[in-house]
Design a protein around this ligand. Structure first.
Ligand code: PLP
Length: 423
């Protein structure tokens, strides 16, 4: 139930394991630095055409399918459009933003949670904060939602060269038109990173930034359910520089086997069944949020518009790290996560993140979400009874031999057997 994961079809996996793996093809279709690329050229063109069609790009937009993954795709956009030292403005990571949006930490002064701007710290853990100056916007402390008036104020004060939206743990839709208007006022490029929700956007279940933002990046292996990789869509005049940033700026030969898997996955995403799937992903996540709330779990922002649910565990006494491990012993794989107004360290944060893309691929529906919420609640009730002072290692040992958790794992296993994955 990790929201960034999914399980690709056999056809996608066969494409990834195909002979396309072996070929070097530095360059772009019909302009390669290696011979013998006729089939690779056709493959890359096919992937690009399918991406253009699936995401309905305007005539003056174009596509790059070569970036190796989401972070390199974002870096290629920065490298293509910015100069080292330029300011980028993204969402504060603990509130749900991504590392590749300029993350650094350990600010000089202790952070004031009420301060809605974050100027970074000395530990430039992501390359994007080493090469660029980064300022970040936070979510509103009350609503846990983006506050566009605050974002606009920060943008006008800071005059970033690029504003990026999107994140790993923001459960709500983003107002792309408003963000584009803010970027325009500030004189910035607008990059919409839809790594998580690309499949939902392609199916029309979430709104699309294509044609609104200047550039859109996304990974192909999350809700989109293709192979691992990334796609960049953007205004053609900018894509020239971005293409050059991908190759030769950041990489040599593209991973053609991944591009093959992406082409197959894009074809699958064009089928009517995928729209039904994407809608079910969201319905399942919304049902799960509701069912968890009925068990008195506090849901960040009160719900979700997407495929993920962020659970604030502060009222439960067992935080993300321990709870995620206990769930693992009960057969439910999720991940610990930070949340808005986080006060705990990233290695032991306050929240848990769960998602529905993979379990929906199995065929699970609303009724199963109630069952999963019930299991999650049983796990919480069980481990809340442990000594709260237990160190993580001792907690882990106790959970590993806990018969109640093992019993839940048996129940999970029998549900999964009824809804097998296509192997
Ligand atoms: C919003 C966002 N952007 C970029 C990425 C980076 O993708 P990758 O892990 O493929 O580098 C992720 C990954 O989770 C993400 O959530």
């Amino acid at each position: 139930m990790i929201p960034s994961e999914n399980f690709a079809s056999k056809a996608v996996r066969e494409a990834v394991g195909s002979v396309f793996m072996h070929k070097y093809s530095e360059g772009y279709p019909f302009k390669r630095y290696y011979e013998g690329n006729y089939n690779i050229d056709d493959l890359e063109e096919l992937a690009k055409t399918r991406a253009a069609e699936l995401f309905s790009i305007p005539d003056d937009w174009s596509v790059n399918v070569q970036a190796l993954s989401g972070s390199p795709a974002n870096l290629a956009v920065y490298l293509g459009l910015l100069k080292p030292g330029d300011t980028i403005m993204g969402m504060y990571l603990p509130d749900g933003g991504h590392l590749s949006h300029g993350w650094s930490y350990e600010p000089k002064e202790k952070q004031n949670p009420a301060e809605l701007k974050y100027e970074g710290g000395s530990r430039k853990v992501n390359v994007t904060s080493q090469f660029y100056r980064s300022v970040q916007y936070k979510t509103d402390p009350e609503t846990q939602l983006l506050d566009y008036d605050v974002i606009e104020k920060i943008a006008l004060d800071e005059k970033p060269k690029l504003i990026v939206t999107g994140g790993t743990a923001y459960p709500r839709e983003i107002d792309y038109r408003r963000m584009k208007a803010i970027a325009e006022k500030a004189g910035a490029y607008y990059l919409a990173d839809i790594a998580h929700e690309a499949g939902l956007v392609s199916a029309g279940v979430n709104a699309s930034p294509v044609g609104i933002a200047d550039v859109v990046t996304f990974t192909t292996h999350k809700t989109l359910r293709a192979s691992r990789g990334a796609i960049i869509l953007g205004r053609s005049e900018l894509m020239k520089q971005i293409d050059r940033a991908v190759f030769p700026g950041l990489q040599g030969g593209p991973h053609n086997h991944s591009i093959a898997g992406i082409a197959v996955g894009l074809h699958e995403a064009m089928q009517p069944e995928f729209k039904v799937y994407a809608q079910q992903v969201v319905t399942n996540a919304q049902t799960l949020a509701k069912a968890l709330a009925e068990h008195n779990f506090s849901i960040v922002s009160g719900g979700t518009d997407k495929h993920l649910v962020l659970i604030d565990l502060t009222g439960k006494g067992v935080f993300g790290r321990k709870y995620a491990r206990a769930l693992d012993y009960a057969g439910i794989i999720a991940n610990m996560n930070t949340m808005p107004q986080e006060t705990r360290p990233p290695a032991d944060p306050s929240a848990l993140r769960v998602g529905t893309p993979w379990i929906t691929t199995r065929g699970l529906k609303e009724e199963h979400m109630w069952q999963i919420a019930d299991w999650m609640n049983r796990v919480m009730e069980q481990v809340a009874g442990y000594d709260s002072e237990l160190e993580f290692e001792d907690f882990d040992k106790r959970a590993a031999s806990d018969k109640e958790l093992a019993g839940i794992a048996d129940e999970v296993r029998s549900l999964c057997k009824k809804y097998p994955l296509e192997i």
